[in-house]
Design a protein around this ligand. Sequence first.
Ligand code: DAT
Ligand code: MG
Length: 140
Amino acid sequence: MTIERTFSIIKPDATARNLTGAINTLIENAGLRIVAQKRVRWTKTQAREFYAEHKARPFFAELVETMTSGPIVVQVLEGEDAIASYRALMGATDPAEAKRGTLRKRFAESKGQNSVHGSDSAASAKREIALNFTTKEIVG
Ligand code: DAT
Ligand code: MG
């Protein structure tokens, strides 16, 4: 049994549709604990740094625009195998490919407007949590 932490974002398309509570309910029902949470709006600089691994991709400018278009809710989720478990709950990047019951199948509008983010590895989780939270803001 490995208790892990992962980093999550409820994206602007989801906050715009007032889906924070609905998404949080599904996160908690999946056995993940929200141990840090805040509603913020990123600057372009913050979005570019967060998604730096994608800077050469054709969708990078659109991604930065999308992620700075409105408020987001950033979170730290804790639980058994939290990283893989939250990726499974999120579903595929493209909602057309996401499985039934996943957050993206339920809520995402398109590949770009896909409602949620979750770290893809332990190294990403560590980096993404450190970019968005101080250790004092995380209360396990
Ligand atoms: P994920 O968020 O599932 O980890 P990713 O890391 O490949 O997916 O991409 C990061 C985000 O970039 C994704 O959530 C939405 C956006 N994105 C990815 N591919 C895209 C595309 N082909 N067109 C528009 N946006 C895209
Ligand atoms: Mg990713």
